[in-house]
Write a protein that binds this ligand. Structure first.
Ligand code: ADE
Length: 252
């Protein structure tokens, strides 16, 4: 996977990505990272990349030409016309399925905006995907780009080692992960659930599945709609909901 980032703050991208698991994957050559400074493509005296908006209004806009030239410098080196992700609160909200799907690309270009945004005409010409990382507004696209690259990296074969590998993890099958415990056996008076100490693998698996369903029903009921549950498991969910409703009515 080759990540290319169009940004006014390349050192922010490099510092963030060259750390921890993504940093290790870059050192191993499983990922490459190129942060292209859009300012290097502003061919005017002061390397200016922004200007006032036509029609008035507060704030400055990133101009089309430097963004386009920086993009071209990347696109002329990739095997095919690359996918270009523009980070914006107006985009489709990022999720695990998108991370999995984007991890199949050979090259991904991320375009990070600043100020009030970017001239619409260059977006029309180069952007293939408009993506948001959630319904809140950030000061620029760098953090969202890093969030996306982090989660996409995890889906690239070899990036996670066996221990880190995300087979049974949050969002696998649209269920949240079950609770986990390490030593000691008792901490602050709380004991590790008995079944986990039993060595009985089938029972442990059954307990974990039930905990995943319980958690998802409690914390992220919206995810359950897409989860693959058996009839028996759906009955369990209905029973939980009934129980929670009764408990809620009692506290009223
Ligand atoms: N730029 C500013 N806010 C953003 C968000 N929530 N997602 C993606 N890009 C952004």
């Amino acid at each position: 996977m080759n990540f290319h980032v169009l940004t006014l703050f390349p050192e922010m991208i490099e510092n963030g990505m060259n750390t921890s698991i993504t940093g290790r994957a870059i050192a191993k050559g499983l990922l490459t990272l190129e942060a292209v400074n859009i300012r290097d493509y502003a061919f005017n005296k002061h390397q200016k990349v922004d200007d006032y908006t036509y029609g008035g209004g507060a704030g400055m806009l990133m101009q089309a030409e430097p963004v386009y030239l920086a993009y071209e410098a990347i696109a002329e080196r990739t095997a095919k016309k690359p996918r270009v992700v523009y980070l914006t609160p107006q985009g489709q909200v990022f999720n695990q399925a998108m991370a999995r799907e984007m991890a199949l690309e050979e090259d991904l270009v991320f375009l990070c905006g600043h100020y009030e945004g970017i001239d619409e005409r260059v977006l029309e010409e180069i952007v293939t995907d408009y993506v948001s990382i959630g319904d809140y507004v950030l000061t620029g696209g760098e953090l969202p780009a890093m969030v996306m690259m982090d989660s996409i990296s995890r889906m690239v074969p070899g990036v996670l080692n066996n221990q880190e590998s995300g087979e049974t993890e949050s969002f696998a099958g649209n269920l949240l992960e079950y609770p986990q415990y390490s030593r000691p056996e008792e901490w602050h008076g709380k004991k590790v659930p008995e079944v986990l100490m039993s060595g009985h693998h089938a029972n442990i698996e059954k307990w974990r599945r039930e905990q995943s369903i319980y958690r998802t029903a409690k914390r992220r009921p919206d995810l359950l709609k897409k989860a693959d549950l058996t009839n028996k498991e759906w009955n369990y969910v209905r029973q939980l909901r009934k129980q929670w409703k009764e408990e809620e009515e009692q506290t009223k």
